[in-house]
Design a protein. Structure first.
Length: 258
């Protein structure tokens, strides 16, 4: 998500490896492939005149590739929290783009400008970040009993999952649980991503390919790389709107997917 360069890494850097910006580009590509299948191809399949065995196969492969995106974004969210200079601005940007992205998201997945039964993933990331902020507050209370501090994580997480389920965000409460599990296992990058992918797989077996995200994250060298702070924020609503326009031009834009 976003980084500062003057923060000591909690994990030893990987020599060579990939930077945070490279991970972000990988996640964006996976997301774009996934959403192309979900917004355009799924509508074409729904219209029987476009359906074919090959189209079904392409659609299935693209959705499986797309499973890599969310765990990488969750990893970058946690990295952003650990490195940002201003947590309030960080949270504010997530919330702002959750609002900005909602109409493109509703058009892309519901075929209408306002659809209250399904909210975009920025809301999930925002709620997940709020949960982590409370986690950090509790963890900072060193004078409290360690058992009390550990137990307090449970109601905080439950509240975050309930909020995501209530708002019906993308990945819902399981998405918030994924973020929390990854944060709590952050002392090992492979364990961090593996824990998040285990939660996603418990949600749906088609999330199994998400475990492949352990490969690029395992190669992460702890460096920011290119300054792409705004790329994901802008790309997310822009590409969904573009894909909806393509679907609409193909005559299938009005089909509701959710």
């Amino acid at each position: 998500m976003e980084y500062t360069e003057n923060v000591t890494q909690t994990l030893p850097p990987v020599k060579g490896g990939v930077t945070g910006s490279t991970l972000k580009i990988m996640a964006i590509i996976a997301m774009f492939i996934d959403h192309t299948a979900a917004i355009v191809l799924e509508r074409m399949i729904y219209m029987q005149k476009y359906a074919s065995i090959s189209l079904y196969g392409i659609y299935g492969v693209m959705r499986l590739i797309g499973r890599l995106g969310f765990p990488i974004f969750c990893f970058l969210l946690i990295e952003g929290l650990c490195h940002t200079k201003d947590v309030k601005k960080y949270a504010g940007r997530l919330f702002l783009f959750a609002l900005v992205s909602e109409i493109p998201f509703d058009l892309g997945f519901a075929g209408k400008a306002f659809y209250w039964q399904y909210q975009n993933v920025f809301f999930t990331l925002f709620i997940g970040l709020l949960v982590l902020l409370v986690f950090r507050y509790v963890e900072g209370k060193m004078s409290w009993n360690p058992i009390v501090r550990a137990v307090l994580h449970v109601p905080v997480l439950a509240a975050g999952m309930f909020a995501a389920d209530l708002l019906m965000t993308d990945y819902s409460g399981m998405g918030v649980l994924t973020i929390a599990a990854m944060y709590l296992c952050r002392r090992s990058r492979l364990l961090e991503v593996g824990a998040g992918c285990a939660v996603l797989t418990a949600m749906a077996l088609n999330e199994v390919p998400a475990f492949l995200a352990m490969i690029p994250v395992g190669m992460y060298n702890g460096k920011r790389g290119w300054n792409l702070k705004w790329i994901f924020y802008v790309f997310y609503p822009a590409h969904i709107l573009l894909l909806y326009i393509i679907a609409h031009a193909a005559g299938v834009g009005d089909i509701m997917l959710r």
